[in-house]
Design a protein around this ligand. Structure first.
Ligand code: SF4
Length: 389
């Protein structure tokens, strides 16, 4: 396969769907832990192609969505300081804190700048030696190598006016928290292909054995996801709990050695609070003491963090696969991408944003007498009409 279209072939997709249907003898619940996969599933209607017994649920796979409220509040506190230039990727600016977001801070005069690479902040720091430049280092294992490289370069270049506000989270501990929860319904996982491209998949093997769940490292295109589901269902039906690699064109068992090395050099494993979920032990990265001079929280010494307030947003349940976005009473009415109540409606990788973008027409249609879908809603849900060539 050379071209993207080849990963989206309609006939192949239907062949996989038929193969899955032939395998299934009982219901199974499978979770993907990647916002990119969530969007592909919703956009292309992959769940609609599957037999009734296979339920796909969406996990905490969007890094923006799981960044806790207190860290947004901390970012805003730092950004509002007169001497600070606060740099961030654009999607973090609209994530709600306790009572405002970074855009509101910018409107109040904070010097908040959108960057497209963490390394852009090196240039900003060099060009502004009299200012403090802070980068909002958010993300899973995928963004950690570049953020670690930023800190290492800043140290080598002796850039003393640069620091990072760290909110890195790790996927395997979140999967373990979901599996260990008393109300867990997840029986198999699609692991995120890009995370495993960096980290490999050897660290998933103890998890698969301990909780007796199959884990399939999976890519992001429709045929990747269907093949990943097929491999997962086959394991479930055969009573196996192995880690398998569907995304072998990118992922090796031990990942990218250089990327893992720079992460280990700069960061250490710490407990991390996940928005809507709570604190998960060993689930985050923080700067090692050798690089603590670049820690923005330490540099600015901040007020006590705020406590996340329970509101009408159900994103905590959405992030754990316990509630579908369109089952939230605020979905598409009081909560929209223009006026989000929760981070899962903000981020381009958020599950609520995916349902709003691709399923809103279907969820808005009134139920006809003899079917729960209208013709228009059915068309909106038809995978072929939504992009499979
Ligand atoms: S639709 Fe909005 S309010 Fe409901 S869970 Fe999603 S982000 Fe929260």
């Amino acid at each position: 396969m050379k071209y993207l279209d080849e990963y989206r072939g309609r006939d192949e997709a239907r062949r996989y769907a038929r193969a899955i249907a032939q395998l299934v003898t009982r219901p199974w619940t499978i979770m993907e832990v990647c916002g990119g996969q969530t969007h592909a599933i919703v956009r292309f209607g992959i769940d609609d192609l599957l037999p009734d017994g296979i339920r796909l649920v969406h996990g905490p796979g969007c890094p923006v969505c799981v960044t806790p409220v207190e860290l947004i509040d901390t970012a805003i506190q730092i950004a509002l300081r007169e001497e600070v230039i606060f740099c961030s990727f654009g999607d973090m600016l609209r994530v709600p804190g306790t009572d405002r977001d970074l855009f509101a801070a910018k409107a109040r005069g904070a010097d908040v700048r959108i960057v497209y690479s963490p390394l852009d902040t090196l240039r900003v720091a060099r060009e502004n030696p009299d200012r403090e430049v802070v980068f909002f280092a958010v993300g899973f294992e995928t963004t950690a190598p570049a953020n670690a490289a930023l800190v290492r370069l800043a140290a080598r270049q002796n850039l003393r006016n640069l620091s990072i506000l760290v909110s890195h989270v790790l996927v395997p501990p979140a999967m373990e928290a979901i599996l260990a929860a008393p109300d867990n319904r997840v029986q198999g996982f699609l692991a995120a292909g890009h995370v495993c491209t960096v980290m490999g998949f050897d660290e998933y093997e103890p998890l698969a054995r301990r909780y007796r769940v199959p884990i399939v490292v999976t890519g992001f295109e429709p045929l990747d996801i269907l093949q990943g589901v097929c491999m997962c269902v086959k394991q479930l039906e055969e009573g196996r709990c192995d880690v398998e690699n569907q995304y072998s064109r990118c992922v090796q068992r031990t990942g990218n050695r250089d990327a893992r090395q720079v992460i280990t050099e700069v960061f250490e494993i710490v407990p991390r609070n996940w928005r809507g979920i709570g604190t998960i032990p060993h689930s985050g990265l923080g700067l090692r003491s050798t690089y603590s001079a670049f820690d923005a929280e330490r540099r600015f010494g901040l007020a006590a963090p705020s406590v996340e307030r329970a509101g009408e947003c159900l994103s905590g349940l959405v992030l754990q696969g316990l509630r579908r976005p369109d089952a939230c009473p605020a979905f598409g009415t009081r909560c929209t991408p223009e006026h989000p109540l929760g981070a899962t409606m903000v981020s381009s990788e958020g599950a609520c944003a995916a349902y709003y973008r691709y399923r809103r027409a279907a969820t808005r249609e009134p139920a006809p007498r003899d079917s729960h879908r209208t013709v228009q809603a059915e068309a909106a849900r038809d995978p072929v009409s939504r992009g499979l060539p």
